[in-house]
Write a protein that binds this ligand. Structure first.
Ligand SMILES: [Mg+2]
Ligand SMILES: [Zn+2]
Length: 177
C-alpha cells in the first residue's frame, strides 16, 4: 500500500503571485521542506498535482513551466525531499477537461501511474478546488493551508491549517489508517 500526500503547488509550496513561472518570482514558502521531510519520514510518498491554466491561456509554455518547476524540485531535493511525480493540468476552466481541479483526474493519475492508494492518502492545497478534488477522488482527507484562523475539525476531509508545517502536524496526528 502506497500512502501519498498529494500537494498543490502554487500557494501551497511556493508563493502564488498569479501563475508563477519566472524564476524571479520563485519563492519557496517558509517551513515547506522540513514539513515535507516529516511526512516522508513518517512513510508518506509525495507527488504534486497542479492546475497550470497559464499554459492554456498562453501566458507561458511547457518549456518555461519545466524550467521553473525543475528549480523547485532541485530546491526540495537539496533539502532531502523527493517528489515522485508532478501531474499538471494545462487546460482552461472552459475546456471542461477531466484533470483541472476540482475534477479528480490528476489524483486518479497518481493512483494509476504511481499506485497511490487514495483511500490512505491526503491532499494539501490552498484552494477550495483542491479540497473538492480530494473528496471527489476518494482521498482519506485533505488539509486547506493558508487559513489565518484554522478551525478545529474532527472530519479528516475538512482540516485547516495556517501553513504546511501545521498541515503535516495535523496529518500525522491521524496516524496510519
Ligand atoms: Mg494553489
Ligand atoms: Zn485539464
Amino acid at each position: 500500500m502506497k500512502r501519498y500526500v498529494l500537494l498543490d503547488r502554487d500557494g501551497t509550496l511556493i508563493r502564488d503571485a498569479g501563475h508563477p513561472h519566472r524564476l524571479a518570482d520563485y519563492e519557496l514558502l517558509e517551513g515547506v521542506a522540513p514539513a515535507l521531510k516529516r511526512l516522508a519520514d513518517a512513510g508518506y510518498r509525495l507527488a504534486i498535482v497542479t492546475n497550470q491554466s497559464g499554459i492554456g491561456r498562453g501566458y507561458f509554455g511547457y518549456a518555461e513551466f519545466q524550467r521553473f518547476h525543475a528549480h523547485l524540485l532541485a530546491d526540495l531535493s537539496a533539502a532531502g525531499v523527493a517528489i515522485d511525480a508532478t501531474f499538471l493540468c494545462p487546460h482552461m476552466p472552459d475546456d471542461q477537461c477531466e484533470c483541472r481541479k476540482p475534477a479528480p483526474g490528476l489524483l486518479w493519475r497518481a493512483r494509476d501511474e504511481l499506485g497511490a492508494d487514495l483511500a490512505a492518502s491526503w491532499l494539501i492545497g490552498d484552494s477550495e478546488r483542491d479540497i473538492e478534488a480530494a473528496w471527489r477522488a476518494g482521498c482519506r482527507g485533505a488539509v486547506r493551508v493558508g487559513v489565518a484562523a484554522p478551525r478545529a475539525s474532527a472530519d479528516p476531509l475538512t482540516l485547516e491549517a495556517r501553513d504546511l508545517a501545521e498541515a503535516a502536524e495535523r496529518i500525522l496526528g491521524y496516524g496510519a489508517p
